[in-house]
Design a protein around this ligand. Structure first.
Ligand code: KG4
Ligand code: ZN
Length: 349
């Protein structure tokens, strides 16, 4: 069999990603090899606002998209003419960000006269599990996406057959990390800095709430937890607040907060495994980079006898390599037309 080279583009939020992947030709169902994966981060631009500012994100994508694609081609040692398809994430995400990636993808597909493939960002986060373990079959699996925008559980019959089981009713887990980091004056993005502060903290120092723990529904809620952290910082009732200048007090809040998030994520995932009977677990999204979460979810999977698929850190946060999912779409004959639009929300077909 020959080789099938394709470019994947990811601009759903604040990272501009481009990757070159290589699959079998014709693109039968198989796991592609990542030839290159480039991510141009916008963290510096959003840092002073402690969150992603959509218009700044769109403009940064406009500046970065072509250099990022060029670098991905360079690193893979291929030129535009070698490409046989263009893949792009078209949902869910920020509309202004998605449109930049989609426009670049359409232009390349039209100019090179090759197929355009549209993929779902959340299915792609879970596909990173398959890419990380190419020798194993990651599906069917229970999929948990824990990112800055989503905290969702899926029953995945295959890479492009994810059925939403439930998700957060308010904040996403990563968003909670970002907001708590802000309250603690730790910086942005919140996940890595809260994790670092938590390393020297006592996770039993505060008994923060764990929403929906004893509820049959597969739902998450993190806004009550965030409010409880706010009260612990300010002080409430008889309890005094903390001094943000005292690293130990900050560490104790960070560790107790992180433990609450991890408890919720692990408990709900265990519940979903029981309810669905699925024997494989795939994890995606930025929060899956958290070491305490990886340790606890790994222990739970082992105790349940479930096969855990969790990507290396660089494939947990947003990247275009996970656009390798396009191979599954091509194998299923799912080519997009050039008038396809983006979708902001979590819309299932
Ligand atoms: O998947 P991702 O890169 O982008 C979205 O699709 O949202 O996830 C970003 C989120 C941010 O909220 C960030 O704070 C969180 O993932 N995150 C972490 C860690 N690294 C990133 N959360 C906890 N621990 C980490 N080490
Ligand atoms: Zn993401």
């Amino acid at each position: 069999a020959g080789r099938f080279l394709f470019l994947a583009i990811e601009t759903t939020c604040d990272e501009t990603g481009a990757a070159v992947l290589e699959g079998p030709s014709p693109p039968e169902l198989g796991v592609p090899i990542v030839r290159s994966s480039v991510v141009a981060s916008q963290i510096d631009l959003h840092e002073r606002y402690q969150g992603v500012v959509p218009e700044i994100a769109s403009r940064a994508h406009v500046r970065q998209i072509l250099p990022t694609i060029d670098e991905a081609l360079d690193r893979a040692g291929v030129s535009l003419g070698d490409l046989q398809a263009i893949a792009v994430a078209t949902r869910p995400g920020l509309v202004g960000s998605l449109v930049v990636g989609l426009t670049a993808a359409k232009t390349l597909a039209l100019a090179l006269d090759i197929p355009l493939v549209a993929f779902d960002h959340l299915e792609a986060h879970l596909y990173a599990c398959q890419l990380a373990y190419p020798e194993k079959n990651a599906y069917p699996c229970l999929g948990l996406v824990v990112s800055g925008g989503h905290t969702s559980l899926f029953a995945c019959r295959g890479p492009i057959e994810a059925e939403l089981l439930g998700g957060t009713i308010d904040d996403a887990a990563g968003e909670a990390f970002d907001k708590v980091a802000n309250l603690l004056g730790l910086g942005y993005p919140g996940g890595p800095v809260v994790e670092r502060a938590a390393a020297t903290g006592n996770r039993l120092a505060y008994a923060f709430p764990r929403s929906f723990l004893h509820d049959d529904r597969l739902a998450f809620s993190f806004s009550g937890l965030k409010t409880a952290v706010l009260y612990a910082i300010r002080g409430q009732d008889a309890r005094a607040g903390i001094s943000l200048d005292d690293p130990q007090q900050v560490a104790d809040i960070a560790a107790s907060f992180q433990e609450a998030v991890v408890d919720i994520l692990v408990a709900k995932t265990r519940q979903a495994l029981r309810q669905t009977g699925l024997r494989r677990l795939g994890i995606g999204g930025g929060v899956a980079a958290n070491a305490r979460f990886r340790e606890r979810i790994g222990a739970m999977a082992a105790e349940q006898g479930v096969d855990l698929f969790i990507p290396p850190l660089s494939m947990c946060t947003d990247n275009a390599a996970m656009g390798g999912i396009a191979l599954a779409k091509l194998a299923a004959g799912q080519v997009a037309s050039l008038d396809i639009d983006v979708t902001a929300g979590l819309v299932r077909p």
